[in-house]
Design a protein around this ligand. Structure first.
Ligand code: WTA
Length: 646
């Protein structure tokens, strides 16, 4: 296969912060002298008390410990807001674009300062103190960013839960974080449809227990039940507090937030990020990856419920004094032109979205794009899953009019910020490749025995040493942190992704090598979907795998064995899909349910997922060795049923 290479456009070579030479030099310094490099870069934020130590990290599985700038003190809200007031108080910090194209709002840094301070005082009035966990379950409204920054201001630890998660999922996160305060809205609004957030929060609070405050932001003004003593409307309580709230002095390693994410096994993990290193890392990546210059209008379409929203809607951009756009809606409402219309309306220069959205819009054809101008656009970005070259080419040619470089950014909730990515003024692009490592990042591709491979190769992607944005632990379970990331390949951080390195040293992420699937850019553990299915009274066993899906990247394929006496039917299929939506949320709805009288298991009872993946992918000729199965005939049944259903 010949790979097309896109050179750095000449105007980019002239205007960008970095060209290839400066990238090479800074990269070299960052990995040979991390203390010097990061010690200097950390000055991009204000410190209350300067740090004297830069890096203090160990990947030794007996003592995994990650600390950056550990004796310095600072505050994230101070850096994202207060320090900009003297130079850019009247500059717009957040442009909010509502679900309905008629709804929008602009918030200056001065206004953001007042709102965040007031929200912080509301939290204090409800007893929230430094170190307390606050759960945020909000739609994409400015109050989501305000609530996050309010927590940061007073040293509370936020746990943002995506508004698409079910009451059960929310309850699990409230419980795990031992969070007694929940911030929600009466309802959310997406694509013209209402989401009953307060009702979900009520159900979750009852299930989880221990919630003594629910702060309700009014979004649709729907009448929602309010429990006296526990529930307060934000606008009402906000009137009773002052708009003056000093920033708490935080240690660099004090927690900033917990964000739950799915892994191979068990329940979602609380990924813990801390203060100093995270902010330095999101700031530097936002500046260089997006080549953000003063005055640029920057738009990341993610939801703040995911890490992309945390790092690249809120913290990175605001630390850099940027204007960041926050979008409440969806790409196809009211029409498939919505993204491009928003770009024209707000003169967006930098646009960052996910391959799944690109593929869905590509299917709608070029016309909805071409009727808009997009002349303000300069740079495009992609994140969340591998982007196939066809979608990349379409994004480049049709959306970017062959003019805008694409930064395909590879990273994870765990990494806090972007680790492998092109830099638009420095890196030649290859469609489908995340290209080269960012400063301080040393990728290693290892074979199954853990030996690092040299030159062009393919294997599992590890990172050899720490960078400041790395997660510090799994909240409440450091052992799980060590087990998950540092025990597979001892002495390295294991990403869970497969990866290829080509002859130019470019990295090509090939997708997860564990039991995590990536559905429309949303990360899900197959074990979570399985445990939801087996919780249904008619299901005895379930095995879930991912399969290639044209738009979503991966779809969810569930093999279900019913309790004896239960008959497969279309009704039951629909019932199970609805059940999983209710248990986890709509993002986990199975695309295919295959009723299976038996599942392929080894003699020790382990389900052979490899075989199930192949069958789901329609690759019957290539099932591999089935002789170790307890009952090899099970496979024939599965294949026959699969073929019969097509
Ligand atoms: C995948 C999202 C290929 C990968 C920021 C990773 C990608 C998982 C890319 C993390 C990319 C993310 N190319 N794959 N540019 N970006 N991924 O935690 O499998 O929601 O491990 O973080 O998404 O998903 P998460």
């Amino acid at each position: 296969m010949t790979v097309k290479v896109y050179d750095v456009p000449s105007e980019w070579a002239n205007r960008a912060f970095l060209n290839d030479e400066t990238y090479q030099a800074m990269y070299h310094r960052s990995v040979t002298d991390p203390d010097g490099f990061w010690g200097e870069q950390a000055r991009r934020i204000d410190w209350f008390k300067p740090f004297t130590k830069v890096k203090n990290t160990s990947y030794d599985p007996h003592n995994v410990s990650i600390k950056w700038f550990e004796d310095g003190t600072t505050n994230v809200a101070h850096n994202c807001i207060d320090r900009h007031l003297s130079t850019r108080g009247d500059q717009v910090a957040i442009i909010w674009e509502g679900d309905d194209p008629k709804d929008d709002r602009k918030i200056t840094y001065k206004e953001l300062h007042a709102e965040v301070s007031r929200f912080a005082n509301v939290l204090k009035a409800r007893g929230v103190k430094k170190g307390d966990r606050v759960t945020i379950y909000l739609p994409m409204i400015p109050e989501a960013a305000v609530a996050m920054l309010a927590c940061a201001r007073i040293g509370a630890v936020h746990s943002v839960v995506f508004g698409g998660f079910s009451p059960d999922s929310l309850a699990g996160r409230i419980e795990d974080a031992k969070s007694s305060v929940v911030i929600t809205a009466d309802e959310g609004l997406r694509g013209g449809r209402k989401v009953p957030l307060k009702a979900n929060a009520d159900a979750a609070a009852t299930r989880a227990g221990g919630v003594d405050t629910i702060v309700v932001v009014r979004r649709t003004n729907a009448a929602v039940p309010m429990q006296a003593g526990r529930d307060v409307y934000y606008d009402e309580i906000a009137k009773t507090v002052s708009a003056d709230c000093p920033c708490e002095e935080m240690g660099a390693e004090d927690p900033l937030f917990i964000l739950y994410t799915s892994g191979s096994t068990g329940r979602p993990k609380g990924v813990l990020h801390t203060t100093g290193g995270y902010l330095v890392y999101t700031s530097i990546t936002h500046q260089y990856v997006f080549d953000y210059h003063d005055g640029d209008i920057y738009w990341c379409t993610a939801d703040v419920g995911w890490v992309t929203g945390h790092s690249y809607i809120v913290y990175g951009p605001l630390a850099n004094g940027a204007t960041t756009l926050m979008f409440e809606g969806v790409p196809n409402y009211p029409s498939n032109s919505r993204f491009w219309e928003v770009i024209d309306k707000h003169k967006v220069n930098i646009f960052y979205t996910a391959p799944t959205a690109i593929r869905a819009l590509m299917q709608a054809g070029d016309a909805p794009v071409k009727k808009t101008s997009r002349e303000s656009l300069r740079l495009l970005g992609s994140v969340g899953e591998p982007i196939n070259p066809e979608a990349w080419e379409w994004y480049h040619r049709v959306v970017g009019d062959d003019r805008c470089p694409i930064v395909d950014t590879w990273w994870q909730t765990e990494t806090g910020g972007i680790l492998i990515t092109p830099l638009p003024g420095a890196t030649k692009l290859k469609p489908g490749s995340a290209t080269r490592p960012f400063f301080g990042v040393v990728p290693q591709i290892v074979d199954p025995a853990g030996n690092p491979l040299e030159g062009p190769c393919e294997g599992s992607l590890c990172i050899a040493d720490s960078w400041p944005g790395q997660m510090r632990t799994v909240y409440g379970d450091h052992e799980r942190f060590v087990q998950t990331y540092f025990s597979t390949y001892v002495g390295r951080y294991f990403t869970g992704d497969g990866c290829r390195r080509d002859e130019d040293g470019y990295y090509w992420i090939t997708g997860r090598v564990d039991d995590v699937i990536n559905v429309a850019g949303h990360r899900l553990g197959t074990a979570e979907v399985e445990s939801a299915l087996v919780a249904h009274p008619k299901v005895s066993e379930a095995a879930v795998v991912g399969y290639p899906h044209d738009i979503k990247g991966q779809g969810i394929y569930a093999y279900v064995t019913l309790m004896s006496g239960q008959q497969p039917s279309e009704e039951l299929r629909a019932e199970l899909v609805a059940w999983v939506r209710k248990e986890i949320g709509p993002i986990a709805s199975p695309d295919v349910i295959q009723f299976a009288p038996g599942l392929p298991k080894t003699r020790s009872g382990k389900i052979m997922r490899r075989i199930l993946r192949k069958i789901a992918e329609n690759e019957f000729g290539n099932l591999g060795d089935t002789s170790t199965l307890a009952d090899p005939t099970v496979v024939d049944d599965l294949v026959n049923n699969r073929q019969a259903s097509q």
